[in-house]
Design a binder for this molecule. Structure first.
Ligand code: GLU
Length: 435
């Protein structure tokens, strides 16, 4: 994979101002992660500047009629971080804290994640700065459709394929697919993944991220001699990712002893009844108020005696303020970016194994890839086939990352970045610079 010697290294120019995010923000964290991996890239390091600059950033105004007749404006983004390995791919989140720095970082983590599991995609991400709970269903639909239409100039089945993320779901994907298709004059199911199964979606997609979390968790547990059938598990966020992962761990015999979410935290030493808790969350939107558990101070969640901790909510949850309190032997990042770099170092020093987001939660996009392939061939696989393929992809990717971590004596995060950046920058070099 060495570079032709006639190729001089690209000249380093200062980054544009909007890319010089402050080092505490998500984009700053991504830049630090790239710096850490640079020494391991050999000749490919000559292309590393590519990773520090998203390929394309689109900021859009999303005006809609509110139910009361007012016109409201929302701020929307779609960032394509890298498309060397294939079309952009990554979710869309609706959240009141969405910023450009965050979407840039999330798009970059998608590049890493997609390369880590070796699906033929680059990385992209989108978002709208809005608290969707404040919108009526009609307002939500109008906002989704207008946003899709605005970013319609850069997305498409062969260009960039959005998917669900925080606060977006199958219905939102159905509206996005319909809006794009209406504008094109033809139904294009492959423009988004995570669609309803009756609309070109894939069986197993909804559970895929949580299933991937469980799969790499089980592999890592075996590697460090942790018996999951007797393990205690603590989960932050009990939705699509944390809820499914919790269920699969419980089915494997583990005790889910604590769960925290935006509504509060609950605890049960003997293990929570996960199926009933999942039902409660569907009805109430939070774990708070679940009868068969003790109420716990939300902040105390980080002190819970457990073997496995799964942050499956938002970014920057494990920080230098709580990392030293975590008692788990293993942290599995179901969320994107839940651990700050300082916290990462603290956990590393304390010998807590961190399975990083860029591999641990890649199950979602892996089945998104299966969905996209099924849409193109208009031939749909059964759920067993999908789950088997998912487990195979995750196990293979994780084994490769584990080996690189042992070889270089680095964390699994750095190892995943090494594997992924080498793949991305190798294609960068093969394609060459245009013109
Ligand atoms: N939003 C998910 C993620 O962060 C899935 C992305 C996708 O399926 O494209 O990995």
């Amino acid at each position: 994979m060495s570079a032709p010697s006639s190729l001089p290294a690209p000249t380093a120019h200062p980054l544009p101002s909007y890319l010089q995010a402050d080092h505490l923000g998500p984009w700053g964290i991504f830049l630090q992660q790239v710096d850490r991996v640079e020494p391991y890239l050999g000749n490919l390091a000559r292309w590393v500047e590519t990773l520090k600059r998203p390929k394309r950033i689109l900021v859009v105004d999303v005006p809609i009629h509110m139910d009361d007749g007012r016109v409201a404006h929302f701020e929307g983004y779609r960032v394509q971080h890298n498309t060397s390995r294939g079309p952009g791919k990554g979710g869309v989140r609706f959240h009141q804290d969405v910023t450009l720095s965050e979407v840039m970082a999330l798009s970059a983590w998608m590049s890493i994640k997609n390369a880590a599991v070796n699906v033929p995609y680059g990385g992209a991400k989108g978002g709208i700065r809005v608290d969707p709970k404040t919108l009526s269903r009609g307002e939500l639909e109008r906002m989704t459709r207008r946003y899709t239409s605005e970013i319609g100039i850069i997305i498409g089945p062969n260009k960039d394929i959005p998917a669900p993320d925080v606060n977006t779901n199958e219905q939102i994907m159905a509206w996005m697919m319909d809006t794009y298709s209406m504008n094109q004059g033809a139904t294009a199911t492959g423009v988004v993944t995570g669609k309803p199964v009756d609309l070109g979606g894939s069986l197993g997609r909804r559970e895929a991220t949580g299933r991937g979390v469980f799969t790499v968790g089980a592999e890592a547990a075996r590697n460090i001699g942790l018996d999951i059938s007797t393990a205690r598990v603590a989960v932050q966020g009990f939705g699509n990712v944390g809820g499914v992962a919790g269920k699969l761990f419980a089915e494997a015999g583990a005790r889910v002893v604590a769960v925290q979410d935006h509504g509060g935290a609950i605890y049960r030493e003997a293990g929570l009844d996960v199926p009933s808790l999942l039902k409660h969350v569907v009805e109430k939107g939070t774990v708070a108020g679940f009868e068969h558990a003790e109420v716990m101070d939300a902040e105390k969640f980080w002190d819970v005696p457990c073997d496995i901790m799964i942050p499956a909510a938002l970014e920057q949850q494990i920080t230098k303020a709580n990392a030293h309190r975590i008692q788990a032997r293993m942290v599995i990042e179901g969320a994107n970016g839940p651990t700050t770099p300082e916290a990462d170092d603290i956990l590393h020093e304390r010998n807590v194994l961190v399975l990083p987001d860029v591999i641990a939660n890649a199950g979602g996009v892996t089945v998104s890839y299966f969905e996209w392939v099924q849409d193109f061939s208009s031939f749909f696989w059964d759920e067993d086939e999908i789950n088997k393929r998912l487990v195979r992809v995750m196990q293979q990717a994780f084994a490769g990352v584990w080996q690189v971590a042992e070889q270089h004596k680095v964390s699994l995060r750095t190892a995943t970045f090494i594997v992924a950046c080498q793949r991305i920058l190798h294609t960068r070099e093969l394609r060459g610079l245009y013109p």
